[in-house]
Each structure stands twice: as structure tokens, then as C-alpha cells.
Unconditional design. Structure first.
Length: 745
């Protein structure tokens, strides 16, 4: 087995003019990776070395789920390298070799790629080589964009790599003329990819530089519907605008192109549905009894000719258009037929480790759904029946039905155990865009899957972008990285200093702050974690046994309760130094900061009081007597209410922050340890360790409305940023229980 620094080379995955990509084993971090080793010519070029390091740093910062994470990069034995997440699947080029795909499928993949490109563009990086072979697909159609090797910052002009390493079939006109590139350069390439997905052909014929250069600069691309009439004409204008010669005439972003494609697809579906609904119709099939399709106005039309067809029943020949591990049942077919049209829903993400079958480097699907045009007559009855069911589902609220069908029978995720080292995930992008409308929380949540989460998961916090979370595994000495788009642990971050206890994020998500202490209390620090690299940048010494810390809304300070010191350390995030120490009543367990940043509240566990602190002076203003052993504390963001759960009192205290008076005390399950708030601010969730359940408290009725069983010893509950799901950490089980919090939209 060949060695390359700390890597053991196993298999060659792919090669090109820039270098080779290998399946390799990282002996230092005990994990398999995709290792890209650049050619000697590039590695020896000083100008390229500088560019490579600068752009690799930029790409490594990207946290969008559809960007393949970069673990490391640098130089070994005189060769530049990039260490990336190893994705088991196949690339889009291999899939397109079987022919065009259904329009809904094509638009779905385009939308996923657009998400990755928009994240890169927001960080000033243009991919410059968007093409099918740089789009990897897992067995459930989750797309990863890879090989930002030609990536450059916005405004760069053509380099010598442009003509020799990038694919000419998808190259924007400005790149042939040495004009500056910007996000619209990638928009052009993505439109070319969409064209190929819909037609099975590249946008322009020719295989040499002069022919393709002339075509991209001067030729008008063929309408999609001329090349593949089965794709329909609704996407012709979208592809044409995406491939406009002048950047100013294209969509301003990849996301805008994807949005236009989805709208065009829905509009075409609406026209077809409108035509089908003009009057009740009777269809005779092979002389059998009539099947009546009633006249019915459909609230969210089904794209009958653009996606439903290829998701229907055929086990024989035909072109593979959608990947599936097992033959579909009608419920799954229905869910996937609607999938593209409701809330931009799409398959939930890549399969958990161990789910992909062994074999080729990118794996092989064991089942493919064929194009409807290949269906034999024997299935025509089933097709019409399924279409009728889809129409009925749409009429009565299809988006809810789809959610139930697609989520209700999902297999339990399998993830690595604590003894198996997994990649330190480069999690989803830090985004400034809104997360979308918040879900409406309900009085009685339902229980979702239970996910393995390494041993002793004590506390969990969701990142500001809502795409991932960190779990503090106390005795395991790691942070588990939890992907909320997949509900799976995707990596671990070692914490050698001691057991991580609690974690909180900076408002922009670029840093996380972790309270850490070891068993003999000789190490008491706050770890400052760079979320882009999954590495600690420093350890800040604080008081003894730092507990549940919080960051001010402006991100400038971190307040850290030191349990055994009876104090709160104040950290300046600009310098990562402790700038103040506030003495409070013994022994502070938890702090929470008001949304205006003016007040800090501390739950003083052994004093049975809550301390109220002026954040402008760091002085204690008053203390409020509460129940026995206050543990977790929560200030409502919009109401003058403060909640704390009393561990030994098995109760929750409600405080009016206008008067600093207790207005209600509510009995809870045994030993409540955490309290969290729904995203819409209407419900509280209480984790009671002895009750093995999460209790739900309604702010409307000011009472407990439900008790939801979870695992053994639930110690925390984290709520997703959009409010649809929450995650209970079960300390004794080493698991996380997913709860579905939302009601109908």
C-alpha cells in the first residue's frame, strides 16, 4: 500500500490534468477520505501555490451541506493536496450516460447544486468548472458539488488552467475572452448542466476548442423541447436565459435560476392539470370497466407529465432515471412525485455511514425506476389509479400527506459508534438568509427516529443556520456533529482537555464556545472553536467547573457560570480574554441573556435563587427566590417572562421580569434539567431526567399539555431553528430522540 505522508493510498478514484483523486486512509485521524493530489507541474508553480492556498482556505470555510467538506489541505513531499470527505455514490455524468432524466428530477438536482454555488458566491468564491462529473450523487439523490480546484475569487480573469483543465462543454463565453468572472459565470454552466439533464445531450456539438468556443460565443442553444419533446417546453426559456451570452442577461444567481426552473415546472403542471380538470372524464382501458376521474380543483397541482411519469411502476427495462435501493411502494411513489413542488422538499440527504453497498468507489444503485414511456400495458391500470390518488391527496392537503408518507416509514439512521472515529464534519454554511417561515408548534409533539450519538450526550445546541448542531459528549471527550438535514451524526471533534459540558454559538455561527473541565477539576476552560475548520483556536481559563454559558446578542461577550467558584467569568470575544469576574450566590449552573443584551440571568443551583445582573456594569441587581436547586434558565425573547426548572424541586418557576416576582410554579417530571422554547415562542419543552420524557408547557394555557416519552435520562432538548423538530439527548442511551413539533402549515 502506497503511503503519502499520513495517508495510506488505497484506490484511484479519478484523474485529470490537475492531478489524481484517491480513496485514502488518514492514519492520524483514523478515517477514510478522498485525497486529491495535484500534479507536479502545478505544485511547483509559486503563483499557483499561493492561489491554491488562498482558494482552499476559502472553500474550506463553506458550510453548505451540498459542498463536499474539505478536512485539510497543504503540501506533502512537494505535492499540493486536498483532503476531502469521501462520498459514496456516482457522479451525474455517469447517471446521464443512461439518457435524460425526468424534468422534476433534473430541477431537484439543479436546486441542490444551486444551494452550494450560492453559498460559495456569498463567500466570494466562483467555482468555474460546474459540470456533471463534479456533481456527486448518493444513493438517495443527495447532490454534492466537488472539485473547487479551479475556484477563484470574484473578479478573476482567465488563467492558464481555463482552457486545459476546465470542461469546454459548459464554459461561459466570458471565459474565452479573458473577461472577469462572477457568480453569473457559474449560472451559465449550471444552465448547461440543466440542459443536459433534460435532454441527455450537451448544449453544443463539437469536441475541439475552436468549435466549442464559437458555439459558446455566438451560437443560440437549441430549445430543450426541440431536443427532447418529452421534457415539454416549460423550461425552454429558463435554460435560454441561464445560457445568455451576456452575463447581465442571465439570472443574477444560481438560486434565482433554480427558483425560475421550479416555477416553470409548476406552471407547466398547472396547465396540464387545468386541462385534465375541465370536466369529469371516463377513461376506458383495454376494454375494461371505466375509471372515473372526478372534476376537482387541485390546490397544488401534480406535474403529471414532468416527474410523476418516471416515478411509476415498472420493474423491467427502461432508462434509469431515479435511484432507489428497493422497489418502490405506492406511498413512496406518491411522496416522490410531489416532492419537488412542496416547500422545495427533496430527499432528506446522504445515507448514513454503512448504508451504501460496497463495490465501486462511488457505489452502485441496485434498482432504478424507468421512464414511463417504457412501461408495458399491463401497468397502465396501476398508473391511472396512482394518478387519481395523487390528485385526491393534492385536493385534501397534499403537502401534509407527502410529509407523512416520506417521513413516517424512514429507516432508523445508523451512525458510527463512539469507538469509531469519523470525520470532523465541515457542516452546513453559515447563512444570513432567513430560514423561512417558522413552524407552528403544537400541544402534543410526535416522536420521530432515535439516532445513535456517541456515549454520554449531555447537551446539544443547534447552530444559527439551523443546518447542524453540536452535542457535548461528556465522558467520551468529544463533540458530535449532528446534521439536522439528515438527522444523523456526521463527525466528531476531539476535546483532549477534558469532558465538554455545554456549547453555545456566536450569533454569526463562525465560532462556538464550549465549557470544558476534567474529572479532577485541574482543567477548567472555555474552548473557542472555529466552526469552519472544526478546530479549537484557543482555550480560555475560567473558574472551576464552567457550566451552561451564553453569548451576548452582539457577539462581543461570553458569560460563563463557574459552578464551584460561585462566579461568572466574562470573556471578550475580540481578544478571548476574561475581562471581568462577577461574584454570585453559590453555585451558578446556567446563564441566559435577554434579547436586548442588557440583562444576564443566572440560576444559582445551591442557593435556590436566580441572580439578575446588569450587563452594562456586570453588577448583581437582585436575587429572586425560586424552587429547590434551580438548574436551567430561559428568558422569553418577546414576553416579560423568565422560566427556570428546579432540579431537586421537580418544578418550573415562572417569573415576571417587569417586577422580578414569581407568578407561577408548575410541577414537572422528576429532576428537570433543561428547558427550551419553541421557535414560534408558544411552547416550552422540559427535559426531566427521572421521567424519561419531555414535557410540553403551553404559554397559552400556562399548563403542561403533553408528556412525550424519549430515552433514558434525557438531559437537554435542542429546538431546530425553523421549529419543525427538536432533539432530546438521552445520556444513558447514547442517543438523540427526534421530536416532530409542528402542526399543519
Amino acid at each position: 500500500m502506497q503511503e503519502f505522508g499520513q495517508y495510506q493510498i488505497e484506490d484511484l478514484i479519478g484523474s485529470g490534468g490537475m492531478g489524481e483523486v484517491y480513496r485514502a486512509f488518514d492514519t492520524q485521524r483514523d478515517r477514510q477520505v478522498a485525497l486529491k493530489v495535484l500534479s507536479a507541474a502545478l505544485s511547483e508553480d509559486p503563483e499557483y501555490q499561493r492561489s491554491f492556498r488562498r482558494e482552499s482556505e476559502a472553500v474550506a470555510r463553506l458550510r453548505e451541506p451540498h459542498v463536499v467538506p474539505i478536512h485539510d489541505f497543504g503540501e506533502i513531499e512537494g505535492r499540493l493536496f486536498v483532503d476531502m470527505l469521501l462520498v459514496e455514490g456516482l457522479n451525474l455524468a455517469a447517471l446521464l450516460a443512461a439518457g435524460p432524466m425526468a424534468p422534476a428530477h433534473a430541477v431537484n438536482l439543479t436546486s441542490q447544486v444551486a444551494d452550494a454555488l450560492d453559498a460559495a458566491h456569498d463567500d466570494g468564491v466562483v467555482h468555474r468548472d460546474v459540470k456533471p462529473s463534479n456533481i456527486l450523487l448518493t444513493s438517495n439523490d443527495f447532490a454534492y458539488v466537488v472539485d473547487f480546484g479551479l475556484a477563484h475569487g470574484v473578479g478573476h480573469t482567465r488563467s492558464r488552467l481555463t482552457m486545459t483543465e476546465a470542461s469546454l462543454d459548459y464554459m461561459a463565453p466570458e471565459r474565452f475572452e479573458s473577461d472577469p468572472v462572477d457568480p453569473r459565470t457559474d449560472v451559465y454552466s449550471l444552465a448547461c448542466v440543466l440542459f443536459e439533464c433534460l435532454t441527455g445531450q450537451k448544449p453544443f456539438a463539437g469536441d475541439d476548442l475552436p468549435a466549442l468556443m464559437f458555439a459558446h460565443l455566438h451560437a443560440v442553444p437549441r430549445p430543450v423541447s426541440d431536443v427532447n419533446p418529452a421534457a415539454g417546453s416549460t423550461l425552454d426559456a429558463v435554460v435560454a436565459k441561464g445560457m445568455a451570452k451576456r452575463p447581465a442577461d442571465r439570472y443574477p444567481s444560481a438560486g434565482a435560476l433554480a427558483t425560475a426552473a421550479r416555477a416553470a415546472l409548476a406552471a407547466g403542471a398547472a396547465e396540464q392539470t387545468e386541462h385534465l380538470e375541465e370536466a369529469p372524464r371516463r377513461i376506458e382501458i383495454d376494454g375494461d370497466a371505466d375509471f372515473v376521474i372526478p372534476r376537482q380543483r387541485v390546490a397544488a397541482p401534480v406535474p403529471v407529465g414532468a416527474g410523476v411519469g418516471t416515478a411509476l411502476l415498472e420493474h423491467g427495462g427502461g432508462r434509469g432515471t431515479e435511484l432507489r435501493r428497493d422497489p418502490p411502494d405506492p406511498a413512496t411513489v406518491a411522496a416522490e412525485a410531489f416532492d419537488f413542488d412542496f416547500d422545495r422538499a427533496r430527499p432528506a440527504g446522504p445515507p448514513p455511514p454503512g448504508e451504501t453497498p460496497p463495490g465501486e468507489p462511488y457505489g452502485r444503485p441496485s434498482y432504478r425506476l424507468p421512464d414511463l414511456s417504457m412501461a408495458r400495458p399491463v401497468y397502465r391500470h396501476a398508473i391511472v389509479v396512482v394518478l387519481a390518488v395523487l390528485t385526491l391527496l393534492a385536493a385534501v392537503g397534499a403537502s401534509t400527506a407527502v410529509w407523512l408518507l416520506s417521513r413516517g416509514q424512514a429507516p432508523q439512521q445508523r451512525v458510527p459508534s463512539a469507538s469509531a472515529s469519523v470525520p470532523a464534519a465541515n457542516g452546513p454554511a453559515i447563512i444570513s438568509a432567513p430560514l423561512g417561515p417558522l413552524a407552528r408548534s403544537v400541544d402534543t409533539p410526535t416522536v420521530g427516529p432515535t439516532v445513535q450519538a456517541n456515549s454520554t450526550p449531555g447537551y446539544m445546541q443547534v447552530a444559527p443556520n439551523g443546518r447542524y448542531a453540536y452535542i457535548a459528549n461528556r465522558e467520551a471527550g468529544v463533540l458530535s456533529v449532528f446534521d439536522t438535514t439528515r438527522n444523523a451524526v456526521t463527525g466528531t471533534i476531539n476535546v483532549p482537555q477534558g469532558g465538554p459540558q455545554f456549547v453555545t454559538f456566536a450569533p454569526d455561527g463562525k465560532r462556538a464556545y464550549v465549557s470544558i473541565y476534567n474529572n479532577n477539576r485541574t482543567v477548567n476552560v472555555v474552548g473557542v472553536l472555529d466552526t469552519a475548520t472544526s478546530k479549537f483556536v484557543t482555550m480560555v481559563p475560567v473558574g472551576v467547573r464552567p457550566f451552561a454559558l451564553d453569548v451576548t446578542p452582539d457577539g462581543k461577550r461570553v458569560y460563563v457560570p463557574n459552578h464551584d467558584s460561585g462566579s461568572i467569568s466574562v470573556i471578550d470575544t475580540a481578544t478571548d480574554d476574561v475581562i471581568d469576574t462577577i461574584k454570585v450566590a453559590p453555585n451558578p449552573h446556567w446563564v441566559d441573556i435577554s434579547t436586548d443584551g442588557k440583562t444576564v440571568y443566572a440560576a444559582d443551583h445551591e442557593s435556590n435563587v436566580v441572580s439578575v445582573i446588569d450587563a452594562t456594569t456586570d453588577k448583581v441587581l437582585t436575587t429572586i427566590p425560586v424552587g429547590l436547586s434551580p438548574h436551567s434558565i430561559l428568558k422569553h425573547p418577546t414576553k416579560p417572562l423568565l422560566f427556570n426548572v428546579n432540579y431537586d424541586g421537580s418544578s418550573m418557576t415562572v417569573i415576571d421580569t417587569n417586577t422580578d416576582k414569581v407568578v407561577r410554579t408548575v410541577r414537572t417530571g422528576g429532576h428537570p434539567q433543561d428547558v427550551s422554547l419553541s421557535a414560534d415562542g408558544e411552547h416550552l419543552y422540559i427535559a426531566a431526567v427521572d421521567d424519561n420524557a419531555i414535557q410540553v408547557f403551553s404559554l397559552k394555557t400556562m399548563s403542561i399539555t403533553a408528556r412525550v416519552p424519549v430515552g433514558h435520562n434525557p438531559t437537554s432538548i435542542a429546538v431546530g431553528r425553523d421549529g419543525r423538530q427538536a432533539y432530546a439527548t438521552n445520556l444513558d442511551d447514547g442517543t438523540v430522540t427526534v421530536l416532530n413539533l409542528a402542526g399543519p402549515a
